[in-house]
Design a protein around this ligand. Sequence first.
Ligand code: ZN
Length: 127
Amino acid sequence: MDTTTLAQLGRELNRERTELVATLTTRLREDWDKHCENLTISDLIKESQGVPGAIRCLGERLEKVDAALCAMDLEIYGLCADCESDIPLDDLMKDAAEQRCPQCRASNYYHHDPATRQATAGERKTV
Ligand SMILES: [Zn+2]
């Protein structure tokens, strides 16, 4: 990936992260009376996981965006988090926070996501 594209995606991610932090902070305060003004991003993500619905989704998105920015810092951005092959640039243009190649995304639901696995493979029986 050329540095111009990388810088552009980095700016997009930074902007999205700023927006998500602002939205989450406001929603948590207005909807849940939680005051999160001075929390770190990881604390904010934790707070959002304690509430249902849209806020939780925002928190999950924030986590993904933050992880992508972290990968940029480590210079591993654009590599699949599972198999380390290159993520197609088209995919990154669509979603700059994408962390997996198409193959791993396809199998991710079954094999790679501990959160999903816990949620689906528990003792609980579906009726
Ligand atoms: Zn992969």
